[in-house]
Design a protein around this ligand. Structure first.
Ligand code: IP8
Length: 248
Protein backbone atom coordinates (compact mmCIF):
# COMPACT_ATOMS: atom_id res chain seq x y z
CA UNK A 1 0.00 0.00 0.00
CA UNK A 2 1.18 3.47 -0.89
CA UNK A 3 -0.56 6.33 0.91
CA UNK A 4 -0.35 9.65 -0.84
CA UNK A 5 -1.49 13.16 0.02
CA UNK A 6 -1.98 15.59 -2.82
CA UNK A 7 -1.32 18.99 -1.29
CA UNK A 8 -3.81 21.79 -1.92
CA UNK A 9 -1.03 23.98 -3.35
CA UNK A 10 -0.36 21.43 -6.08
CA UNK A 11 -3.91 20.67 -7.12
CA UNK A 12 -5.16 24.28 -6.91
CA UNK A 13 -3.77 27.74 -7.42
CA UNK A 14 -3.77 28.99 -3.84
CA UNK A 15 -3.41 32.60 -4.91
CA UNK A 16 -6.77 32.59 -6.68
CA UNK A 17 -10.04 31.48 -5.14
CA UNK A 18 -11.59 28.31 -6.52
CA UNK A 19 -9.01 27.65 -9.20
CA UNK A 20 -8.06 24.03 -9.83
CA UNK A 21 -4.75 23.19 -11.52
CA UNK A 22 -6.23 20.67 -13.91
CA UNK A 23 -3.01 19.99 -15.79
CA UNK A 24 -1.10 19.29 -12.56
CA UNK A 25 -3.91 16.97 -11.43
CA UNK A 26 -3.92 15.11 -14.77
CA UNK A 27 -0.12 14.79 -14.71
CA UNK A 28 -0.15 13.32 -11.22
CA UNK A 29 -2.95 10.92 -12.10
CA UNK A 30 -1.18 9.73 -15.27
CA UNK A 31 1.93 9.01 -13.22
CA UNK A 32 0.00 7.22 -10.49
CA UNK A 33 -1.28 4.89 -13.19
CA UNK A 34 2.29 3.62 -13.60
CA UNK A 35 2.34 2.32 -10.03
CA UNK A 36 1.28 -1.34 -9.69
CA UNK A 37 0.51 -1.33 -6.00
CA UNK A 38 -2.58 -0.61 -3.95
CA UNK A 39 -2.93 3.15 -3.49
CA UNK A 40 -4.92 5.38 -1.18
CA UNK A 41 -5.23 9.08 -1.91
CA UNK A 42 -5.95 11.99 0.42
CA UNK A 43 -6.18 15.52 -0.91
CA UNK A 44 -6.13 18.96 0.62
CA UNK A 45 -8.41 21.97 0.33
CA UNK A 46 -6.25 24.55 -1.45
CA UNK A 47 -8.17 27.48 -2.85
CA UNK A 48 -11.46 25.61 -2.29
CA UNK A 49 -11.77 24.51 1.34
CA UNK A 50 -9.22 26.96 2.72
CA UNK A 51 -10.66 29.90 0.82
CA UNK A 52 -14.10 29.40 2.38
CA UNK A 53 -12.76 28.43 5.80
CA UNK A 54 -10.93 31.76 5.95
CA UNK A 55 -14.03 33.64 4.73
CA UNK A 56 -16.18 32.05 7.45
CA UNK A 57 -13.47 32.13 10.12
CA UNK A 58 -13.45 28.39 10.59
CA UNK A 59 -10.49 26.51 12.10
CA UNK A 60 -9.30 23.15 13.33
CA UNK A 61 -10.64 23.95 16.84
CA UNK A 62 -14.12 22.56 17.40
CA UNK A 63 -16.62 25.39 17.78
CA UNK A 64 -20.11 26.50 16.84
CA UNK A 65 -19.21 27.88 13.42
CA UNK A 66 -21.66 29.56 11.08
CA UNK A 67 -23.74 26.73 9.60
CA UNK A 68 -23.70 28.46 6.25
CA UNK A 69 -19.89 28.36 6.34
CA UNK A 70 -19.92 24.64 7.16
CA UNK A 71 -22.21 23.92 4.20
CA UNK A 72 -20.17 26.03 1.82
CA UNK A 73 -16.82 24.54 2.87
CA UNK A 74 -18.23 21.02 2.51
CA UNK A 75 -19.74 21.79 -0.90
CA UNK A 76 -16.50 23.31 -2.12
CA UNK A 77 -14.56 20.20 -1.11
CA UNK A 78 -16.98 18.00 -3.01
CA UNK A 79 -16.43 20.20 -6.05
CA UNK A 80 -12.64 19.87 -5.83
CA UNK A 81 -12.90 16.16 -5.07
CA UNK A 82 -15.06 15.66 -8.18
CA UNK A 83 -12.38 17.24 -10.38
CA UNK A 84 -9.85 14.72 -9.07
CA UNK A 85 -12.24 11.77 -9.37
CA UNK A 86 -13.08 12.76 -12.97
CA UNK A 87 -9.42 13.07 -13.88
CA UNK A 88 -8.80 9.59 -12.49
CA UNK A 89 -11.66 7.96 -14.40
CA UNK A 90 -10.66 9.80 -17.58
CA UNK A 91 -7.14 8.40 -17.24
CA UNK A 92 -8.17 4.82 -16.56
CA UNK A 93 -7.95 4.71 -12.75
CA UNK A 94 -10.87 3.61 -10.58
CA UNK A 95 -11.36 5.97 -7.66
CA UNK A 96 -13.59 5.02 -4.76
CA UNK A 97 -14.75 8.28 -3.25
CA UNK A 98 -14.71 8.27 0.55
CA UNK A 99 -15.73 11.53 2.25
CA UNK A 100 -14.07 11.54 5.68
CA UNK A 101 -17.50 11.26 7.34
CA UNK A 102 -17.36 7.66 6.13
CA UNK A 103 -14.58 6.69 8.52
CA UNK A 104 -14.57 9.46 11.16
CA UNK A 105 -16.88 10.10 14.08
CA UNK A 106 -16.17 13.31 16.00
CA UNK A 107 -12.39 13.54 15.87
CA UNK A 108 -11.81 9.78 15.98
CA UNK A 109 -11.53 7.16 13.29
CA UNK A 110 -13.93 4.24 12.97
CA UNK A 111 -11.45 1.36 12.99
CA UNK A 112 -13.65 -1.04 11.05
CA UNK A 113 -14.13 1.52 8.29
CA UNK A 114 -10.42 2.30 8.03
CA UNK A 115 -9.67 -1.42 7.70
CA UNK A 116 -12.17 -1.55 4.86
CA UNK A 117 -10.03 1.05 3.01
CA UNK A 118 -7.24 -1.52 2.90
CA UNK A 119 -9.55 -4.02 1.22
CA UNK A 120 -10.91 -1.50 -1.28
CA UNK A 121 -7.36 -0.52 -2.27
CA UNK A 122 -6.38 -4.18 -2.74
CA UNK A 123 -9.43 -4.80 -4.94
CA UNK A 124 -8.02 -2.55 -7.66
CA UNK A 125 -9.96 0.59 -6.77
CA UNK A 126 -8.31 3.63 -5.25
CA UNK A 127 -9.90 5.07 -2.11
CA UNK A 128 -9.88 8.88 -2.34
CA UNK A 129 -10.62 11.09 0.64
CA UNK A 130 -9.98 14.71 1.60
CA UNK A 131 -9.74 17.35 4.32
CA UNK A 132 -13.19 18.67 5.20
CA UNK A 133 -15.45 20.47 7.68
CA UNK A 134 -16.73 17.79 10.07
CA UNK A 135 -19.42 17.41 12.67
CA UNK A 136 -17.90 17.14 16.15
CA UNK A 137 -20.99 16.91 18.38
CA UNK A 138 -22.94 19.38 20.56
CA UNK A 139 -23.56 21.62 17.54
CA UNK A 140 -19.83 22.01 17.03
CA UNK A 141 -17.85 21.40 13.87
CA UNK A 142 -14.16 21.62 13.00
CA UNK A 143 -11.84 21.59 10.01
CA UNK A 144 -10.10 18.26 9.64
CA UNK A 145 -6.88 18.62 7.69
CA UNK A 146 -5.93 16.05 5.07
CA UNK A 147 -2.54 15.89 6.84
CA UNK A 148 -4.24 14.66 10.02
CA UNK A 149 -6.14 12.12 7.97
CA UNK A 150 -2.76 10.85 6.71
CA UNK A 151 -1.68 10.10 10.29
CA UNK A 152 -5.00 8.43 11.11
CA UNK A 153 -4.83 6.22 8.01
CA UNK A 154 -1.11 5.44 8.23
CA UNK A 155 -1.55 4.01 11.74
CA UNK A 156 -3.93 1.33 10.50
CA UNK A 157 -2.96 0.87 6.85
CA UNK A 158 0.80 0.67 7.59
CA UNK A 159 1.73 1.79 4.05
CA UNK A 160 5.09 0.84 2.53
CA UNK A 161 5.56 4.50 1.77
CA UNK A 162 3.64 7.60 2.89
CA UNK A 163 4.01 10.43 0.40
CA UNK A 164 3.21 14.11 0.72
CA UNK A 165 3.12 15.75 -2.74
CA UNK A 166 3.92 19.43 -2.24
CA UNK A 167 4.41 22.54 -4.33
CA UNK A 168 8.10 22.48 -3.34
CA UNK A 169 10.99 20.06 -3.84
CA UNK A 170 10.78 19.00 -0.20
CA UNK A 171 11.88 20.60 3.06
CA UNK A 172 14.50 23.33 2.96
CA UNK A 173 17.02 23.84 5.75
CA UNK A 174 16.24 27.55 5.48
CA UNK A 175 14.14 29.54 3.09
CA UNK A 176 16.97 31.87 2.08
CA UNK A 177 19.42 29.33 0.68
CA UNK A 178 16.62 26.89 -0.21
CA UNK A 179 19.00 24.05 0.50
CA UNK A 180 17.02 20.83 0.36
CA UNK A 181 17.08 18.49 3.37
CA UNK A 182 17.40 15.08 1.73
CA UNK A 183 17.09 12.90 4.79
CA UNK A 184 15.78 13.24 8.31
CA UNK A 185 16.27 10.65 11.04
CA UNK A 186 13.74 11.02 13.79
CA UNK A 187 14.42 14.68 14.50
CA UNK A 188 11.72 17.27 13.92
CA UNK A 189 13.12 20.04 11.71
CA UNK A 190 12.44 23.65 12.73
CA UNK A 191 9.81 25.11 10.44
CA UNK A 192 8.52 28.63 10.18
CA UNK A 193 5.37 28.95 8.19
CA UNK A 194 3.40 32.08 7.67
CA UNK A 195 0.73 31.05 5.24
CA UNK A 196 -2.44 32.83 6.27
CA UNK A 197 -4.44 31.33 3.47
CA UNK A 198 -4.09 27.99 5.20
CA UNK A 199 -6.31 27.43 8.23
CA UNK A 200 -4.84 24.02 9.06
CA UNK A 201 -1.22 25.11 9.40
CA UNK A 202 0.49 24.59 6.04
CA UNK A 203 3.99 23.15 6.04
CA UNK A 204 4.31 23.15 9.84
CA UNK A 205 1.30 20.83 10.08
CA UNK A 206 2.72 18.55 7.40
CA UNK A 207 6.03 18.25 9.22
CA UNK A 208 4.24 17.56 12.51
CA UNK A 209 2.13 14.79 11.01
CA UNK A 210 5.05 13.35 8.99
CA UNK A 211 7.17 13.19 12.16
CA UNK A 212 4.35 11.39 13.99
CA UNK A 213 4.00 8.88 11.15
CA UNK A 214 7.78 8.30 10.92
CA UNK A 215 7.87 7.68 14.69
CA UNK A 216 5.54 4.72 14.22
CA UNK A 217 8.24 3.11 12.06
CA UNK A 218 6.95 4.16 8.65
CA UNK A 219 8.86 5.84 5.83
CA UNK A 220 7.57 9.27 4.86
CA UNK A 221 8.59 11.13 1.73
CA UNK A 222 8.05 14.79 0.82
CA UNK A 223 8.16 15.27 -2.95
CA UNK A 224 7.39 17.92 -5.52
CA UNK A 225 3.92 17.14 -6.88
CA UNK A 226 4.69 19.22 -9.97
CA UNK A 227 7.30 16.57 -10.83
CA UNK A 228 5.09 13.48 -10.41
CA UNK A 229 7.64 11.19 -12.08
CA UNK A 230 9.55 11.54 -8.79
CA UNK A 231 6.64 9.82 -7.04
CA UNK A 232 6.88 6.88 -9.44
CA UNK A 233 10.69 6.73 -9.05
CA UNK A 234 10.40 6.68 -5.26
CA UNK A 235 7.92 3.80 -5.34
CA UNK A 236 9.49 1.75 -8.12
CA UNK A 237 13.20 2.43 -7.89
CA UNK A 238 13.44 3.62 -4.31
CA UNK A 239 15.30 6.70 -5.43
CA UNK A 240 14.14 9.64 -3.42
CA UNK A 241 14.36 13.07 -4.99
CA UNK A 242 12.86 15.10 -2.15
CA UNK A 243 12.96 14.79 1.64
CA UNK A 244 12.89 11.31 3.15
CA UNK A 245 11.97 10.84 6.82
CA UNK A 246 13.96 7.74 7.64
CA UNK A 247 12.93 5.17 10.17
CA UNK A 248 15.49 4.77 12.94
O1 IP8 B 1 -5.59 21.26 2.92
C1 IP8 B 1 -8.20 21.14 4.77
O2 IP8 B 1 -7.36 20.11 4.28
P1 IP8 B 1 -5.79 20.41 4.12
C2 IP8 B 1 -9.52 21.17 4.05
O3 IP8 B 1 -5.21 19.02 3.95
C3 IP8 B 1 -10.33 22.36 4.37
O4 IP8 B 1 -5.28 21.03 5.37
C4 IP8 B 1 -11.77 22.17 4.34
C5 IP8 B 1 -9.88 23.54 4.62
Amino acid sequence: MILIKLGGSVITNKRRALSPRRKAIDDIVKNLKKIDEPLTIVHGGGSYGHYWSVRYDMHTKERRYDPRGVSIVKNSMIELNKIILDSMVKNGLFPYCLPPTDFMTGNRTIAKKVKEIQKIAKSGMIPVTYGDALWYGQNKTYILSGDKIMTHLAKTLRPKLTIFALDEDGLYSDLKSRRLIEELKGERPPISDGNRMDVTGGMARKVEEATKIAKTGLRVFFVNGNKPERIVKAVKKKTFQGTLFKVN
